[in-house]
Design a protein. Sequence first.
Length: 338
Amino acid sequence: MKKLFFAAIAIFLLAACNQQGGNYKVTVTMPDESTDGQTAYITSFDSGDTLNQAAIKDKMVVLEGIVDTTYMARLIVGDKRMEFVIEPAEIAINWQEEKATGGKLNGALNALGDELDAISNEAGEEPTPEQYMEMEKKLGDRFYKAYEDNKDNGIGPWALNYYLMFKELGYDQLDSLVNAAPPRYRNLKRVQRALNDAKALVVTAVGQQFLDFTDANGVKLSDFAGKGKYTLVDFWASWCGPCKREIPNIKGLYDKYKDKMNFVGVAVWDEPEDTKKAIEQLKMPWPVMEGGKNWHEPTDLYGINGIPHIMLIDPQGKIVARQLAGDLLIKTIDDLKL
């Protein structure tokens, strides 16, 4: 699953004109003294580059600078982060509530935060695959509307990024979308990554031969795939709720077909200890490849920007299905008549 980022951010749906540059001042208030002495960082949402930093003292930190054009930023303290807009304004951040106020764009984001939460909560805490897919569609539509309305300010690139996480476009579609955007979009790192992912999807589309990769322990995908049996490949992570909700479906198939096909998990973007703990808790009997929190090779190769992503490879190593889940996953495997 794509991670849910809606608790403290929202989409500016009103058409907004490009703001002029100027000075910004971000004042962050901490709930207690536990963060005193730590450094607060402002980083670019697009590139991850550090743009400002200061030490926290007496439950507070102030970060000041000059902004030429508005942009989405991340405030990072320790392992915690939140997103907000850097704009020429005095911006106040309540770190406990993860809320930024001050400036037109931040105000609009907060005002519409409840709408995003409502969409993500419509399906409940444990949505069915169908409910989850409907939620993704609604969220994708909202992000696209935000992108259209905010192409010329800091919200536009952020909204486009999340739209692409919910809407998988072909390379030609994405290239056309970027061509219609302001020229600066093509130079954004996240847009470049999306274009690369779209190219990878062409190379690893249904009908193509699978691409091999090796995990941190020297285990290769080719140790399982292309060995004369169908192979189910599950890209997942321990922190991903929808990933874990697919495990019972895979378990049922494993119990039914373990002697007739291969099963392998690919734990991506995850800490090794968390992966091992989840394997034990979920009682996953099939092998799991793992490479650590920064292991992006598998997802880069296959153009995957959201998990779970379940793929089926035929006995000769040809990809026959991608993005399987729920009833579709079960039906696809049962229809093989193994």
